[in-house]
Ligand binder design. Structure first.
Ligand code: AHR
Length: 781
């Protein structure tokens, strides 16, 4: 077996700053039913069909009694406690047998633990007299009483009621029942149940097990409240479908308006900006809020330029809310919420995956105002939704014209892409810096985590990369919108994916400085990738006429394939045009789209593409027209997973004839529409190096060397320590012995996790066997 030698020079090359952090988005019920500690679902009866098909204001509620007919529960809104949340429940109990209502919580039911205390609260009123309500935690199936208490409602104006419930047993499927002791009528609203034992035992706090798993990563920052969530929606903050407006998330929870979450559910906003800031403070992570620029590219909604002050104020007021003195308008609100001290907000992102010039002009206006008033704030703009292409270039151009300190790139790629692109940031200028605000490798196996680890060693080494966070973070598996995620949970369990443990390793061992190191690996010769293969047209709902299809040899101009007319339609959605053996060739055709709506173009629901260099269903290149967000995509399909090779702003007009061309020459693919170049991409070989590594130094002067082996062979490594290092022992945290397709699960949550060992060191060098498919983090001084 050959040996790779790594010599550590010890020279400090760059500060690692706030390099690795986390990205919280309220999707997959990450907030309500997730990180937010509230155990009741729809406690304010505000769920509506508009949030999610099938919701009603009684979703998650049931009537209970000796017989269901003994209680009538109707949701009313003529005398609300708060007009922003107009619904409340009128409970008419018609028998004396203790009928009432019960809330089933999220998923299979509320998880309660023996001897834990739960805090119940609600608002209630009744016309005449008083009424005792029993409040119980019960097993939803057996009806066993797990905890019981009582409140007494009196008076015909809304009043707050509280009680504590201590569980006498564990139960994984509990519900909360509220019963009247006699026949009577009561109005009740904003029911809430929290464990007392939240993260840091805060009121209105976070679910402890999830919050602690996040904290255990030691993220340097947290981006919140989401990506698409921040800018999809209407412009009017009072709308149910408004873009995420942080001002709606302040104050008493019961007074926060209920919203439609664009991930197709209801959002209580109980976990709001104040709570996000607190969580960041508790974890010692820098808060990194992202707010909209008054522009929604998904629905082509934008504030007029005359109305931009409202959106400028969103940014300025947010800075004041986080950092301003208690005498300022927004600083006072922060103090009233219990935090007179500043939250020391340093970073602010405006926008997310923006597409279209409307964003750039609005971003400029906001950043000008922020720079004038708060030059200390580090501003982040958006570099679009892909790894390259038109919006990516515009975002970077804007940043480089001095308009942003960091530019936010996003990409979700296959593992091979991450391994093949470790040189991505090598030639970026050192400033403005990259904020890799969302990335992930499309699944949650050990292979995925390894590929991300490889890429993270490159993020550590690149001078141009300022910050990076994997996406998304959380998933309640009873309500999945998006996989993969770092942490999966249901009511009674949470586990981390292998990617979670990789992120945790990189954050726990981020270090403060990148340290110089050299190796004797011979760089893989840049392999010529062979881009021959079959050519296939495919469509999803699009009807397209393809004319004059030809494939010609690049230099010979010889016609290799030819068809006069191809009618692509939803009924004939795959049309094969033959095989190209050559590796340098041109694909020429004209196309005319026959159907499609603006909405379909925006959502990318109806597209067509030409697949080329196609070896099989799992390996191909694809040029897709009319993809998501009115973009033309150049995609690579590797081992059945897709990666974007560039997104260009282009969507076809119905009835217009376009001339298209793809030039394949060696590793390079260039596409043209009507003679204008669209994509240019240099395809890379995915053959991995024998080893990937980085070396950093932490605040206690330890060296930390991370080694990632993505090959199927063990690799002997010799680490030559810097001169003068008298090291006797190294501590190694490592992950090895797993097959690439292994993953964690509820049944086996710790299948793929790091372990620790120590190793004696002498003679100024460490000899380490980096096993096949492994990560080793070696710490010594
Ligand atoms: O992380 C999930 C989503 O992916 C984000 O909301 C969005 O920014 C991206 O498209």
């Amino acid at each position: 077996m050959s040996i790779v030698s790594i010599s550590i020079t010890g020279e400090k090359i760059k500060s690692q700053g706030d390099l690795f952090g986390v990205f919280f988005e309220d999707l997959n019920h990450a907030a309500d039913g997730g990180l937010y500690g509230e155990l009741l679902r729809n406690g304010s009866f505000e769920f509506e069909e508009i949030d999610h098909a099938g919701y009603t204001s009684l979703t998650a509620w049931e009537c209970v009694g000796t017989d269901r007919s003994f209680v009538r529960a109707h949701v009313e809104y003529d005398q609300p406690r708060n007009t922003k949340k107009p619904h409340y429940l009128k409970m008419e109990v018609l028998s004396s047998g203790g009928a009432g209502i019960r809330n089933m919580g999220y998923g299979d039911g509320i998880f309660c633990k023996k001897q834990e205390t739960y805090r119940f609260s609600c608002f209630a009123k009744k016309r005449r007299g008083t009424l005792k309500l029993s409040v119980r935690l019960e097993d939803r199936f057996s009806g066993d009483v797990l905890a019981e208490s009582e409140i007494e409602v009196t008076g015909d104006s809304w009043k707050a009621y509280h009680c504590l419930l201590e569980a006498n047993a564990d139960c994984h499927c509990a519900c909360l029942a509220v019963r009247a002791c006699k026949a009577d009528v009561v109005e009740i609203d904003d029911l809430s149940l929290f464990p007392v034992n939240t993260y840091r035992t805060r009121n209105n706090g976070l679910r402890k097990d999830i919050a602690e798993m996040i904290e255990a990563m030691h993220p340097r920052f947290m981006r919140f409240p989401g990506g698409c969530l921040t800018h999809i929606g209407s412009l009017d903050a009072a709308d149910r479908c408004a873009m995420y407006r942080w001002k709606n998330t302040l104050g008493e929870v019961a007074d926060r308006p209920s919203k439609r979450n664009n991930w197709n559910y209801n959002q209580s906003l109980g976990l709001g900006f104040f709570e996000f800031f607190l969580f960041c403070e508790d974890m010692k992570a820098e808060p990194l809020p992202a707010i909209a620029a008054g522009y929604d590219p998904h629905n082509l909604r934008m504030a007029s330029l005359e109305d931009m002050q409202e959106w400028i104020d969103e940014a300025l007021d947010l800075i004041e809310f986080a950092n301003g003195p208690v005498t300022s308008k927004w600083g006072k609100i922060r103090a009233q919420m219990g935090h007179p001290e500043s939250f020391h907000l340093k970073y602010l992102e405006i926008g997310n995956e923006e597409v279209g010039d409307g964003y750039f002009v609005r971003y400029d206006m906001i950043q000008k105002a922020v720079r004038e008033k708060h030059p200390e704030i580090v501003l982040i703009n958006s570099a679009g939704p892909g790894s390259g292409g038109s919006e990516f270039r515009k975002g970077w151009m804007q940043a480089r014209e001095g308009k942003a300190d960091l530019s936010d790139e996003h990409f979700y790629q296959c593992p091979e892409w991450f391994v093949a692109n470790t040189d991505r940031y090598e030639n970026y200028p050192p400033y403005p810096k990259v904020f890799l605000g969302e990335y992930g490798s499309q699944d949650d196996t050990w292979k995925n985590a390894l590929s991300e680890a490889v890429f993270m060693t490159a993020l550590e080494k690149a001078e141009s990369v300022g910050m990076a966070c994997y996406a998304p973070l959380l998933c309640n598996t009873d309500y999945t919108n998006w996989r993969p995620d770092l942490l999966y949970f249901k009511n009674d369990q949470v586990y981390g994916s292998p990617s979670y443990y990789v992120q945790k390793l990189f954050m726990n061992y981020q270090g403060e400085f990148l340290v110089g190191a050299d190796d004797d690996m011979i760089p893989e010769k840049r392999e010529r990738v062979k881009l021959g293969g079959s050519v296939v047209f495919r469509t999803e709902k699009a009807a397209v006429e393809i004319r004059d299809f030809e494939v010609r040899g690049f230099s010979s101009n010889e016609v290799l394939l030819k068809k006069d007319l191809i009618d692509l339609s939803p009924e004939r959605s795959i049309i094969s045009c033959g095989e190209v053996q050559e590796t340098d060739y041109r694909i020429l055709f004209s196309f005319c789209r026959r159907n499609g709506t603006v909405e379909e173009h925006l959502e990318g629901l109806s597209w067509f593409e030409v697949d080329f260099a196609r070896r099989d269903d799992e390996h191909s290149l694809a040029w897709r027209m009319d993809g998501w967000q009115r973009m033309s995509y150049l995609n690579g399909i590797i081992c059945g997973k897709t990666c974007d090779l560039g997104l260009e702003f282009f969507s076809s007009e119905i009835g217009r004839l376009y001339k298209a061309e793809i030039q394949v020459r060696g590793n390079e693919v260039v596409t043209y529409i009507d003679g204008q170049q669209l994509h240019r991409h240099d395809c890379k070989s995915w053959k991995p190096q024998p080893l990937y590594y980085s070396v950093v130094k932490d605040a206690e002067d330890h060296y930390i060397c991370k080694l990632v082996n993505v090959t199927d062979k063990d690799q002997q490594v010799r680490i030559l320590l810097p001169q003068g290092t008298d090291c006797k022992e190294a501590v190694i945290e490592y992950m090895d012995g797993y097959l690439p397709d292994e993953r964690n699960s509820y049944e086996d949550p710790q299948k793929v996790i790091p372990r620790m060992k120590k190793m004696a060191v002498s003679g100024g060098e460490i000899i380490y066997r980096s096993k096949a498919y492994s990560i080793g983090v070696i710490r010594f001084r």
